[in-house]
Each structure stands twice: as structure tokens, then as C-alpha cells.
Design a protein around this ligand. Structure first.
Ligand code: MN
Length: 246
């Protein structure tokens, strides 16, 4: 079965059935970006995704963990040459993480500089309550290089979405981005820059953690926002992914 779905931000390693879920994504043909929250998770994720056609792994250091794990940046750096994909990284200005924001900025700046230096990286970035500074940092460090950025679960304004699009950013949209404001934001994003995600297991569907196949809900959400047929949206997202990874 090939479903032609794209779940470009999912924490596969945080599910109790991590190993079989990797197999499931591969078998079902779900283009999945398995993001990680600490570089300590890299070796096992990398091994499990080895040789997979549909599952890729991103090397992460989650901003919500930076308060306690900033020292893991050294390990992150050590693995960087092994990975084309980077994430989850970024900034989180929400309480209770705002108290580590200065440290988060230092770590994120180093991550962006190292990515820019290495080139050809694809980053999935968290920007909760910190969109303007995240965009400033992307502009400073990545706008001229060969790296590409996906803003995951974007919660900024329509104006910030347009600025991000002008900077070349992609956006991975999930099913929770479904109110009128989110739909207006989605309409401001060029359709060629839209991808889909679940951010599972941090999002729920009927009371249980979303699984990659539930990314259909995100695709439906995009279709409703942009008022296009779901089949058109599916094809567009697949072609956006191909362009992103070209
Ligand atoms: Mn996430």
C-alpha cells in the first residue's frame, strides 16, 4: 500500500511501538520525517531508518530541553555530518521555557551557524512565541546559503507568514491549525511551500496520540483552508516535498 501521505514532523521514537511504527510508515509509503529531541536519540533512530525509502531522521536538540541539555550541543555537533535533516530545533518563548530563552538563543545560533557552514541541510524549526526572533535568525544565518527551512506548527501572524515565505521557508501544517486565523495564515503561504505533519505523539485524535497515517486530517485541513480538492492538495504536497529534497 502506498498512501502518498507526508508527515514531515513526527516524534516516532516517543511512541511505545517505535520500531514497528518505522516499519509501518515504510510499508504504508508515508513520507515521514522522524524528528528527535536530543542527539542521544540519533544513533538508534539512524539505525532503524537505515535503508528506508520513506522514513528520514532529523538530528535534534529541542528548545524545551535546552535549559537542562545545552551541553548536548557538542554531541549534536559530532553527529551533524551524518544527517541531512536537522530538528527539532528552534526557540520556545512560552512559559515555563521562556526562562531559558537566552540560552536557547545561544544554542540555536550555534546550530544555525553550523548548518550554514555545512550546507544542504533541511531544518524543521519550532518557533512558539518567538516567531520574529526565529525569522531574524534564519535571515541572518541561512538566507544566503543552501540550507532549507520548514517552520513546524507555525503560530505567527499572517504578516510573519509572508515574511517567512519571502525568506524561502516551507511550513508543515497540522490538523490543529484549523481555526479562522490559522486558515488565513495558510492562505498567505504560497501553496508550493506547504507540507503536512502530525507532531505526534503530542497531538491527539479521538483521545489517542496521532499516528503518521492521521496526517490525512492535516491534508484535509489544508484543503479546506485553500478551498481546493483534497486530491489536488495531495499532489501539490508531494511535489513540494520533491522540490524541497531536490
Ligand atoms: Mn515536535
Amino acid at each position: 500500500m502506498v498512501t502518498n501521505l507526508v508527515d514531515f514532523h513526527c516524534h516516532l521514537d516517543l511512541y511505545p511501538d517505535f520500531e514497528s511504527l518505522v516499519q509501518e510508515c515504510e510499508r504504508d509509503g508515508i513520507h515521514t520525517l522522524a524528528v528527535t529531541t536530543t542527539p542521544k536519540a540519533w544513533p538508534r533512530n539512524k539505525d532503524l531508518a537505515l535503508g528506508m525509502k520513506f522514513v528520514r531522521v532529523a538530528l535534534g536538540l529541542h528548545p524545551q530541553l535546552v535549559g537542562e541539555r545545552a551541553h548536548e550541543l557538542d554531541l549534536w555537533k559530532e553527529y551533524l555530518s551524518q544527517s541531512r535533516y536537522v530538528g527539532e530545533v528552534g526557540l520556545d518563548g512560552s512559559s515555563p521555557h521562556s526562562k531559558s530563552l537566552a540560552l536557547q538563543k545561544q544554542v540555536f545560533e550555534k546550530i544555525l551557524k553550523l548548518c550554514a557552514e555545512a550546507g544542504e541541510k533541511i531544518l524543521t524549526i519550532h518557533s512558539l512565541r518567538s516567531v520574529p526572533v526565529v525569522l531574524d535568525m534564519i535571515e541572518t544565518h541561512l538566507s544566503k546559503g543552501s540550507c532549507k527551512v520548514i517552520l513546524h506548527w507555525f503560530t505567527g501572524t499572517t504578516q510573519q507568514a509572508r515574511r517567512a515565505a519571502d525568506l524561502g521557508c516551507y511550513f508543515s501544517v497540522n490538523a490543529r491549525m484549523s481555526n479562522d486565523h490559522h486558515h488565513e495564515v495558510i492562505r498567505q503561504i504560497p501553496i508550493t511551500r506547504i507540507l503536512t505533519e502530525t507532531d505526534g505523539p503530542f497531538t491527539l485524535r479521538k483521545g489517542s496520540a496521532c499516528r503518521p497515517r492521521d496526517v490525512q486530517d492535516a491534508m484535509n485541513n489544508v484543503a479546506v483552508a485553500v478551498k481546493l480538492d483534497i486530491r489536488v492538495v495531495r499532489e501539490q504536497i508531494l511535489s513540494n516535498l520533491a522540490e524541497l529534497e531536490r
